[in-house]
Ligand binder design. Structure first.
Ligand SMILES: O=P(O)(O)O[C@H]1O[C@H](CO)[C@@H](O)[C@H]1O
Ligand SMILES: O=c1cc[nH]c(=O)[nH]1
Length: 257
């Protein structure tokens, strides 16, 4: 039988060996996917570098096989990658992302574990009705919370706003677009009042796909911007936020039953 290499992710079942992984760690950034593999996994193999969607296979300290894969930025790209991963037998996906906090008590450098998402994402509407819940898998999410607690990382649990644009959708004025539509003016304050914790661009679609495709989806994101203070990314604290999100997810991947 010939190995079916999936068109976008660029690898197939034959590339995963005799005991294929059931879990994938999914990063928006290909560098993050590589760094997770190189820093936290053993016997790492590069599976593919197609379209910037770098994918790696390796083993956790307990010898469990796992993938570290790139989703790319935004829900359309993530939806393609997740669809192809599911066709390869993946059953659990933890998104390891970055986000912007919209609550004053959530600082840059901390991590947010999403219990659910307000999903303002076009791609998700091709998968399920707009009213379909974007809920994280409860077991994987509780495992992330327990891990963050054990590791003594500053962490917050709650609802994430997943939107399609980094600038307009997250109400940024430091942008090439001189006209922010009226419908988006004040949206951040509205979300603050609705107890939404943070902005990012993939969780909502990932969670809805989990419900429809029947796999466990969860997310932990490092806070790299504090939108109650400034619009920009705080580069000085970015690395620690991402490092703690990665360590939390790897801890869960290693210990999850
Ligand atoms: O760091 P990643 O995982 O890409 O996540 C966040 O960063 C990107 C925007 O800067 C979006 O993809 C957003 O969701
Ligand atoms: O503010 C931010 C930071 C990271 N990713 C986002 O989508 N928004």
């Amino acid at each position: 039988m010939t190995n079916k290499r999936f068109y976008h992710i660029g690898f197939g079942l034959d590339d995963l060996g005799s005991s294929p992984p059931k879990m994938a760690l999914l990063s928006g950034d290909p560098q993050r996917a590589r760094s997770i593999a190189q820093t936290h996994l053993q016997d790492v193999r590069l599976l593919s570098e197609n379209r910037g969607l770098n994918s790696y296979m390796g083993y956790l300290p307990n010898d469990r096989p796992i993938l570290s894969v790139t989703s790319g930025m935004g829900a359309p790209s993530l939806s393609i990658v997740v669809n192809e991963l599911l066709q390869l037998g993946i059953q659990q996906i933890i998104r390891i992302g970055t986000c912007g906090s919209i609550q004053p008590h959530i600082p840059v450098g901390s991590i947010v574990i999403s219990s659910a998402a307000l999903c303002r994402q076009g791609a998700a509407n091709d998968i399920a009705p707009v009213e379909y819940p974007a809920a994280a898998d409860p077991f994987l999410t509780v495992a992330l919370v327990k891990a963050a607690r054990e590791l003594e990382f500053e962490h917050y649990i709650g609802i994430t706003a997943s939107v399609d644009t980094f600038y307009e959708g997250q109400e940024r004025s430091d942008s090439a677009n001189p006209h922010l539509m009226r419908s988006l003016q004040g949206i951040t304050e509205e979300y603050q009042r609705l107890n939404i914790l943070n902005y990012e661009m993939e969780c909502g679609t990932l969670f809805k796909m989990g419900g429809v495709y029947k796999f466990a989806a969860a997310a932990v994101c490092g806070v790299v911007a504090q939108r109650t203070v400034a619009e920009n990314i705080m580069l000085a604290q970015k690395d620690i936020a991402i490092k703690n999100a990665i360590i939390t997810a790897v801890h869960v991947a290693t210990n999850f039953e």
